[in-house]
Design a protein around this ligand. Structure first.
Ligand code: ZN
Length: 289
């Protein structure tokens, strides 16, 4: 049955299990709590990830190669924490393999996502677009936010799918972003901290993933969902150790840091903005939903 057109529907396209949390977890939790249809498509199982749980070290790609299957469970727990019921893997679980970091031999594996046929991969996503009819699509920028091949490919596949979807194309497309001003604030805040994730970095401009504030279009504030975001992070225990700076950041800087997520508008018309930057506060702004 086709959903009623007034239903708010938003689709997130991510590369690996855990990517949904760090950049978009609070946004997902906020829209799910508000009754919107929230769909997550993850493109790979994340088989090439590091393993931060010593007891599970033998699951690694070079050992038993069981990490991908294990991460399906972590992702399910993450989605439960975020209140997101609709989750799929692109083309089905295991269709595309994690490609590893750029230059890694895993880039050459025949099933890896980096080597996927673009239109075939996009075709799997078009089917999801036709089914859930999202007005809003969220994915990465052309550099995949930070240059990981699977993130770059997720961007390409999402953009191609929107192109191929015709009348079922989303009306707005956003790319995840971290404004340079927020990065600079992070650099200042962590200066001197023992677990400083920005160690050796003086200026936000020197990092490979900041977006100039003027190119940011939306800031989704969901501080009430920061706890859900942290629970979702903890669900990815193989990837995010309890000692991660993400947890100390949440403790030290309050919900203003992890509870606010930023986006660039890549397609569609911006709605009304607010605040000193005039950023949208709602990804559905300007849509008649
Ligand atoms: Zn990733």
């Amino acid at each position: 049955m086709a959903p009623v057109t007034s239903e708010r529907s938003i689709l997130f396209v991510h590369a690996h299990p855990d990517d949904e949390v760090i950049g978009t977890g609070a946004t997902m939790a906020r829209y799910a709590a508000a009754g919107a249809r929230v769909t997550l498509v993850t493109c790979t199982l994340g088989e090439e990830g590091e393993i931060h749980v010593p007891a599970l070290a033998g699951l690694a790609a070079a050992e038993a190669d069981q990490l991908g299957g294990y991460r399906i469970g972590e992702l399910a727990a993450s989605c439960a924490a975020l209140g997101v019921a609709d989750h799929r893997f692109l083309g089905g679980a295991g269709r595309y393999r994690d490609s590893g970091m750029m230059g890694d031999p895993a880039n050459d594996a025949p099933r890896c996502f980096w080597r996927a046929d673009l239109d075939e991969a996009a075709g799997h996503l078009v089917a999801v677009l036709r089914e859930v009819r999202p007005q809003v699509l969220v994915t990465y920028d052309p550099n995949g936010f930070y240059g990981h091949p699977d993130h770059i490919q997720a961007h390409r596949v999402a953009m191609r799918a929107a192109e191929l979807a015709g009348p079922d194309a989303p009306r707005k497309i956003y790319w995840t972003a971290v404004p340079l001003s927020a990065l600079q604030a992070g650099i200042e805040n962590f200066r001197g901290a023992s677990d400083n994730p920005f160690a050796g970095v003086e200026r936000a401009e020197d990092l490979p993933f900041g977006t100039p504030d003027a190119e940011v279009h939306a800031a989704v504030a969901a501080p009430e969902h920061q706890e859900a975001k942290l629970a979702a992070l903890r669900a990815h225990a193989t990837q995010v150790p309890a000692s991660s700076w993400l947890f100390s950041m949440a403790t030290n800087f309050g919900a203003g840091f992890l509870g606010v997520e930023h986006y660039r508008l890549a397609a569609g018309t911006p709605g009304a903005g607010a605040g000193p930057h005039g950023w949208e506060t709602d990804l559905f702004a300007g849509l008649d939903t």
